[in-house]
Structures are given as structure tokens and as C-alpha cells.
Design a protein. Structure first.
Lengths: 395, 287
């Protein structure tokens, strides 16, 4: 008897917690069944349709649309450069938050600009602009291979080269290791700011139905908290094995993860720019990225001055940080989605912020201060290094 | 893409072509003819291109409004009833007194919703004219559909012909002060879908009026033929033989031609942008 009551009590507590939800459900059902009594719709339907993506095929322009507004929208006609043109659509009406695809028959010419207006049933227009039209690459093996090659050039190789600073880091004085760690913090802070700005910019361009810029901040908070949670969990498990301080490898792993997430975003930007024909794929761009990302290799090895990590581990860290560029480029070029990209940039920024917090204790001087002159110098040098090498890149 | 079912709008561009409203007449003791019409302003949603609805303001439920036709020298009375939710007027192009001009602030000025007014004036000069609402903002009151053709026949008439009214108009469906859709007699591509049938060798008289707002010029060009041009229709002598005319806002011409061959002949605005946004059609010449 006694034990039964003890089991029943929490169950009753849970049931009482569901009560407001049940009431809410019932209230909504009645409200809808009565046809929203007392409320009358004013004005004409609000038509807000965002063009999420433009795909150019030979003799055809495809628009991927997303209904951002509160009302359903029906498309009636398509106009390209002031000319009514034949088109087909996936859905006769696009409901709220729904996506739709419109395929327009049009003999577009390479390098020319097009203004597309989709006329809705109420006479409103959904406008898309195409600058310097170029065929959207199809995701065949050759294209995926090209994206992989770009990823290796700008991600994997530079990071790996940067990691060859490891022997140097091991030999120098502890104070200079601290300087390099501080420099790493500077590099990361720059990447974090960059990720946030890129994310917010992308979020502003795409459909707003899924939250727009808020996605970047949500992504950042989620990844920051997730990494903090993982860190505590890992530390608990290794506490007995490692009596003192933070493990250098664990820190390097976190840094590699944060940089990897950032580079995923970088890859997305490269891939989508390439597919839009807006990427000048030249030596300058590759060299710029290489300089920029080599510093990331240094950031990974800096905390491992006291360690002798195995080659396998080093390769793993390098791939974790650099390889996501390839994945990002694939996604960016084939299944680009502004909302998703913005969220990924947010994840990268949050991860970087968490890594900076983790790194901070390692640059403490004997008096326990984090922002001593050497550390400040290191952070500023890191920011400057990223800024200057970043100038070589423009997507 | 697609077609507009005339039953949706309640008027058919094919019928507007040859639909002349002579009104009703009576004779006074002194032998003068009094010709009377009624125009009712109505707010009405119309389909201007397949699937594209436009909240128009109309005279008698159609855009363009009825083609009012009379003879030089008659006494005209137009009873205007404002059944719209907005103030309107009817402003005729012609020679008349200030109080019958349909201008806001002059005479009765604006006719408020639910009110009515009888415009009275003489049918002069003979020619091809127009009428439209003159309430401010003027461009909007015209562009939304309150206009129509007004024909004053010469005292002795014109030669027998197959007569067609072509009102060049357009619609700014998204309210950005430029037109999304261009047409003759309102429905984009109506005469591409269903060509205008004319007989080979028969005299065809076109009453071409440009009522377009937001664009400064419009034009008319016919394929495979030339026509005699009578600007504003106020002379019985043509001024030129040509195949393309330019018309500013409110300008109109009477054009006469005969088709020597059978087949389909395109006509369109030679402002090609307008043509591809709806202002093109065909004459189908048959024996």
C-alpha cells in the first residue's frame, strides 16, 4: 500500500501538469469549430512569397519559392523581362510556410540579367532578379569532385600545413606558448564574429518564415550550451585519469570542432557562390583561403605544447577542422537553403565562443590574470592576422 | 497562359469590338433629336489576364465603358448614377459648357456615391472622342477602368464599313505606378486567343483610342497592310497612308483599310514591351 501511493503520487503530478495543455487543446478546437467568433478579416490577403533559390537550366528558369506570409497565394502568370511566358508550377496555391517550384520556359542567354515577376491572382508580384545568368551546375560526379578539390585546397591542406607548427610550439618557452594560445583566441574571436555576420546576412536574404536572423542566434546558443554540456560530461569521465588541469588534446579537439563548424559555413558560402556563377574561381581566392586557414592549424596545435599526440590523432584533428569545407561546398552548391545556412553559421559561432571560454584558463599568468600584456598582444595579433589574410578573400 | 472566360467578367472583348450604344432618342417639337444614355459607376472585380483579378471601377460594369455613338448636331443627355463607393464624374471630350464638363469644383463637380447628375451638351465636333472620370487622383480614376469611346458621326455619315472599336488600355495590378498588363479592350491576348474575323476586300474602319496611364506613348501597327489615318476622326480626308501610328495619352485615330489577302495578320503595339505583356492580337481575313 505504502509503496503504491509513492508511485501514484508522481504520476498524478504529471497528469496535473498535462491539464492546462488539455484545456488549451479543447479551447482551440471550440474556437476553430465556431469559426473564430467575433473576429473579422480586414483588407485583402497578404501576399509575401520569398524566392529561396533560382536554378538555371538550358531554356528553363526554375524558382524555388517559400510562402512567408499568413495567407495562401495563387500564382496566375509569369513575366520575364516584360514578357508573359509559359510556365508550370508544382502547386496551384501555396499555403502558409509551404514551398513550391515554378518552372519557366525561357531561352535565357549566358551573362545577361533577368527580372522575373510572378503575377498572383490578386495582381501582386513576386519578383526575382538574376544577375549575369549562368547555368546552375548539376550535381554529377565531376561537379562533386570539383567541390571536393576546392575543399581540399582551401580547408584540408592549409589546416594540415598549419599543424606543422607543433614541433615549434613544443620547443619554445611556456610564456611564448601562452602568447600563441592568446593568438589562437584572437583567431577564434575573428572567426566567431565573421560567422555571426555571415549568418545574419544570409538569414536576411532568404525566406523569413523560419525565423530569419533569429536562427543564427538560436544556433549559437544551442551549440555553445551543447559543447559546454559535453565538456562537463567528458571531464567527469576522465577526472580520475587526469588529475590536474585541462587535457591539451581535449582542448585541441574542441578547437578543431569549432573551426570545423565554421569551415562548414565557409564551404556553404563557396558552394552557393559557385553555383550562382558569382565565384571567381582563381588562384587568388585559393591562395587567400590557404593563408587564412593555415592559421587555423596553428590554433589547433597550440594547446598541445606538453603532449605527444599520435599521428592518427593529429590527422583526425586536421580532418575535423578542414574537411567540413568539402561537405559545406557540396551542400551549398546543390541544396542551398539560406535558413539552414544561417543556422549552421550560428552553430559555428556558438562553438567558437565555447572554445574561447575553454582556452582562457590556459593563458593565465602566475598571478592568475587572463588579460596580461602578453596575452592581450597575442589576441590582438591573432585578430590582425585574420583580418589581413581575410582581405585576400572575397566571395 | 490560359484564357479568360467572358462569363466571369460579364463582358466579352469580341462583343466590345462592334458594340455601339446609340442610347434612346426622341424628337422635340422643333424637330431636334435628343439622344439619352445612362451611365452607372460600379466597383467590380474583373479578370484582366488568365487568373489575374483586378479591382476595377467601371461604367455599366464593363471596361472600357459602353461606346457611346451619336450624330453630329444632336442634343445629348447622359444621366450619370454613381453606384460606386467613391466620388466620380463623367468628363466628355467635345465642345460644351463648363457646367457639363465633369470637372471637380466646376458646376456640380464630383458626383458623390449614391448621387446622380445629367450632363447635357451638343454632339460636336464630329469625330472620334472619349469620355472618362475626372475625379482626383486623376490617373487612378482613369487607370482603374472609368473610360470609354465616344463617337460623333458626321452629319452625312461615313462610307459603309465593318467598324471596330479598339481601346488600348493597361492595368497596374500591384500599384507601383507601372502597368503589369497591357491590352486592347481590357483582356490581355484576347484577340490572340480568338482572332478578329474580317472579310477580304471589305472596308474595315478601326476606332483606335489610347487610354493608357503611367506610360507616355502607345502605338498601333498592323501586319501585311497599310491604312488611311484620320486623326481624331475630325476630317473626312486622311492625312497619311501608313502601317504604324504613335498615340500619346488620350490620343485617338480613325483608321481605314481593306485586306487584299486571306489569312491571319497580327496587330500590336509597336512598343514591343506592351505587345509581349498582352497588347497583341490577330485579324483573321476570310472570304
Amino acid at each position: 500500500m505504502h509503496s503504491d501511493a509513492a508511485v501514484d503520487r508522481p504520476r498524478a503530478a504529471w497528469l496535473s501538469g498535462l491539464l492546462p495543455l488539455a484545456l488549451l487543446g479543447a479551447a482551440i478546437a471550440v474556437f476553430l469549430a465556431l469559426g473564430a467568433p467575433g473576429l473579422e478579416r480586414r483588407g485583402i490577403p497578404v501576399e509575401e512569397v520569398a524566392v529561396a533559390n533560382t536554378v538555371l537550366l538550358p531554356g528553363e528558369i526554375r524558382l524555388e519559392l517559400r510562402n512567408d506570409g499568413p495567407d495562401s497565394v495563387a500564382l496566375a502568370q509569369a513575366i520575364v523581362n516584360d514578357r508573359f511566358v509559359p510556365f508550370t508550377q508544382s502547386d496551384a496555391a501555396i499555403g502558409r510556410l509551404e514551398g513550391a517550384e515554378v518552372a519557366i520556359e525561357y531561352p535565357w542567354i549566358e551573362g545577361e540579367n533577368y527580372e522575373i515577376a510572378l503575377l498572383t491572382s490578386t495582381g501582386g508580384t513576386v519578383v526575382a532578379e538574376i544577375e549575369a545568368a549562368t547555368a546552375t551546375p548539376q550535381s554529377d560526379a565531376g561537379f562533386l569532385g570539383l567541390m571536393a578539390l576546392i575543399g581540399v585546397y582551401v580547408g584540408v591542406i592549409p589546416v594540415a600545413i598549419g599543424m606543422f607548427w607543433l614541433p615549434f610550439v613544443r620547443r619554445i618557452d611556456t610564456r611564448w606558448v601562452q602568447f600563441l594560445l592568446a593568438l589562437t583566441v584572437g583567431l577564434l574571436v575573428f572567426l566567431g564574429i565573421d560567422a555571426m555576420l555571415e549568418g545574419v546576412e544570409l538569414a536576411g536574404q532568404g525566406p523569413q518564415a523560419f525565423g530569419g536572423s533569429a536562427l543564427v542566434f538560436l544556433g549559437a546558443i544551442v551549440s555553445y550550451l551543447a559543447l559546454a554540456g559535453i565538456d562537463v560530461w567528458v571531464r567527469k569521465r576522465t577526472e580520475t585519469a587526469r588529475a590536474a588541469g585541462r587535457g591539451g588534446f581535449a582542448l585541441a579537439l574542441l578547437i578543431a570542432l569549432g573551426i570545423g563548424l565554421h569551415n562548414l559555413g565557409e564551404g556553404l558560402a563557396i558552394g552557393s557562390a559557385y553555383s550562382l556563377g558569382a565565384l571567381a574561381l582563381g588562384a587568388t581566392l585559393i591562395v587567400g583561403f590557404a593563408l587564412h586557414n593555415t592559421t587555423e592549424g596553428l590554433a589547433i596545435v597550440a594547446p598541445m605544447a606538453d603532449e605527444r599526440p599520435s599521428l592518427v590523432r593529429l590527422v583526425g584533428l586536421g580532418l575535423l577542422a578542414g574537411a567540413p569545407v568539402i561537405l559545406g561546398a557540396w551542400i551549398g552548391a546543390t541544396a542551398y537553403d539560406a535558413s539552414l545556412s544561417a543556422f549552421l553559421f550560428g552553430l559555428g559561432a556558438g562553438a567558437i565562443a565555447q572554445v574561447v571560454v575553454q582556452l582562457a584558463p590556459s593563458i593565465r599568468d602566475r598571478a592568475g590574470r587572463v588579460l596580461h600584456p602578453l596575452a592581450v598582444g597575442g589576441v590582438i595579433t591573432g585578430l590582425a592576422l585574420m583580418y589581413v589574410t581575410g582581405l585576400a578573400i572575397s566571395i | 497562359v490560359g484564357t479568360v472566360d467572358p462569363s466571369v467578367n460579364g463582358f466579352d472583348p469580341q462583343e466590345i469590338l462592334r458594340d455601339f450604344d446609340w442610347g434612346t432618342t426622341r424628337r422635340t417639337a422643333t424637330g431636334r433629336t435628343i439622344r439619352e444614355w445612362e451611365l452607372v459607376a460600379q466597383d467590380k472585380e474583373i479578370e484582366v489576364a488568365p487568373g489575374v483579378k483586378y479591382a476595377a471601377w467601371t461604367y455599366n460594369g464593363r471596361v472600357p465603358g459602353p461606346t457611346l455613338r451619336c450624330r453630329e448636331g444632336e442634343d445629348l443627355r447622359v444621366r450619370f448614377v454613381n453606384g460606386s463607393a467613391h466620388p466620380h464624374t463623367v468628363h466628355f471630350h467635345g465642345i460644351h459648357t463648363a457646367g457639363n464638363d465633369g470637372t471637380p469644383g466646376v458646376g456640380r463637380g464630383n458626383i458623390m456615391p449614391g448621387e446622380s447628375f445629367i450632363y447635357q451638351f451638343g454632339a460636336e465636333p464630329f469625330g472620334f472622342h472619349r469620355y472618362h472620370c475626372h475625379t482626383n487622383p486623376l490617373a487612378d480614376h482613369i487607370a482603374k477602368g472609368l473610360y470609354g469611346a465616344f463617337i460623333v458621326d458626321p452629319r452625312d455619315g461615313r462610307p459603309e464599313a465593318d467598324e471596330l472599336v479598339l481601346v488600348q488600355n493597361g492595368f497596374d495590378t500591384n500599384f507601383d505606378r507601372t502597368n503589369e498588363i497591357y491590352a486592347v479592350n481590357t483582356v490581355a491576348f484576347a484577340y490572340t486567343e480568338r482572332p478578329i474575323q474580317v472579310k477580304r476586300g471589305e472596308l474595315v474602319r478601326l476606332y483606335v483610342l489610347n487610354i493608357l496611364e503611367f506610360d507616355l506613348v502607345n502605338s498601333f501597327h498592323v501586319h501585311g497592310n497599310f491604312f488611311n489615318r484620320f486623326p481624331t476622326g475630325t476630317s473626312l480626308q486622311p492625312v497619311e497612308l501608313t502601317d504604324t501610328i504613335i498615340q500619346g495619352q488620350g490620343q485617338r485615330d480613325v483608321l481605314e483599310l481593306r485586306f487584299p489577302f486571306t489569312g491571319k495578320y497580327m496587330f500590336h503595339a509597336h512598343v514591343s514591351e506592351f505587345a509581349e505583356l498582352g497588347w497583341m492580337g490577330f485579324f483573321e481575313v476570310v472570304d
